[in-house]
Ligand binder design. Structure first.
Ligand SMILES: [Mn+2]
Length: 316
């Protein structure tokens, strides 16, 4: 067992109180990784860890194992302190949201992440940008540490991979498929998990289809921009992955941008690309992410962000 894993075991063993969080407005990887780790701690260390989140968990994820144990940060007593804080799939410090106060007060911070980040929060980092999901790192570490892994953990690790790879569409190496093959060999039922995620409300799917139908096309059809304004944004439930995915299926469309008016003067921007990296565009707007899937939240109005996006894509 390597030194980092020894330290991880030591820190969990000695911790009096443990909390786990992913990024704000958790997606499948964020919340499933956090719950998988919570379950691993419960199974192997005979202690509880609290999964805390900020924002909303999409309804699509309502039926994932242990979902009810995730606690909104606003429901945590004000004076709560955690000596060990574990971050999963968080991206960068700005994505922590309302849990940052607990992270700052923790004696020790551990992280498991697969985002590029040159300003890590953790003192002990299990980071690997080559992994398809943060849950894959947790799974690998759990195996290296000879931890007991149960059905809930295996299902959560797999759900995180399914969601973060867009049903395996974004897989970039065989590593993740070997992990999934092993998980399936150990009892994970893939059709069951895929059905678990088919849980959107009718109004969400209707808003998503209307948003797709209203998209505009630029750069001779290579760039699609869809816009969702309030109050439809409230019905979106999640990041609008279906909108991005549908527009990206159109012949000739290389880039898809979704602009979400989250509230007045706050625009969420999601950018996807077939091949060419676009993360620099998200970064120029104060955000970040992966090479071909990135985003930002901009304090501005929708027309002005639209303009900025068109300028950013000039020459591409
Ligand atoms: Mn992730």
């Amino acid at each position: 067992m390597n030194e980092k894993i020894k330290l991880l075991i030591e820190k969990i063993t000695n911790a009096k109180s443990i909390a786990i969080s992913g990024h704000k407005n958790p997606d499948g990887d964020s919340i499933c990784s956090a719950l998988a780790l919570m379950r691993l701690i419960e199974l192997n260390f005979d202690k509880t860890a609290t999964v805390i989140y900020d924002g909303n968990i999409p309804r699509e994820l309502d039926n994932i194992p242990l979902r009810k144990q995730a606690v909104f940060h606003g429901h945590i007593p004000e004076d709560s302190k955690y000596d060990l804080y574990i971050l999963v799939d968080y991206g960068t410090r700005i994505h922590l949201g309302g849990v940052e106060r607990f992270v700052n007060e923790a004696e020790f911070v551990i992280e498991f992440d697969h985002h590029f980040n040159d300003d890590v929060v953790g003192q002990l980092c299990f980071d690997d940008p080559d992994k398809a999901a943060a849950s894959q790192i947790i799974y690998d570490v759990a195996k290296s540490a000879n931890l007991t892994i149960d059905e809930d953990v295996r299902n959560l690790v797999t759900l995180a991979i399914i969601t973060d790879t867009g049903n395996f569409k974004f897989v970039r190496n065989g590593d993740v498929l070997r992990d999934v093959a092993e998980l399936v060999d150990n009892g994970v039922n893939m059709p069951y998990l895929v059905n678990l995620l088919r849980n959107k409300s009718k109004k969400t799917v209707l808003v998503e289809s209307e948003t797709v139908a209203g998209a505009e096309f630029f750069m001779r059809g290579r760039l699609a921009i869809a816009t969702i304004k309030q109050p439809d944004y409230k019905r979106l439930d999640g990041r609008g992955e279906l909108v991005l995915s549908l527009l990206g299926q159109i012949h000739g469309v290389e880039y898809v941008v979704l602009l979400k008016e989250q509230k007045e003067n706050q625009i969420g921007v999601s950018i996807r690309s077939r091949n060419t990296p676009i993360n620099h565009i998200a970064e120029s707007l104060g955000g970040g992410g992966h090479l071909c899937a990135a985003g930002a939240v901009v304090a501005d109005n929708i027309e002005s962000v639209h303009e900025k996006i068109l300028n950013a894509f000039k020459g591409m």
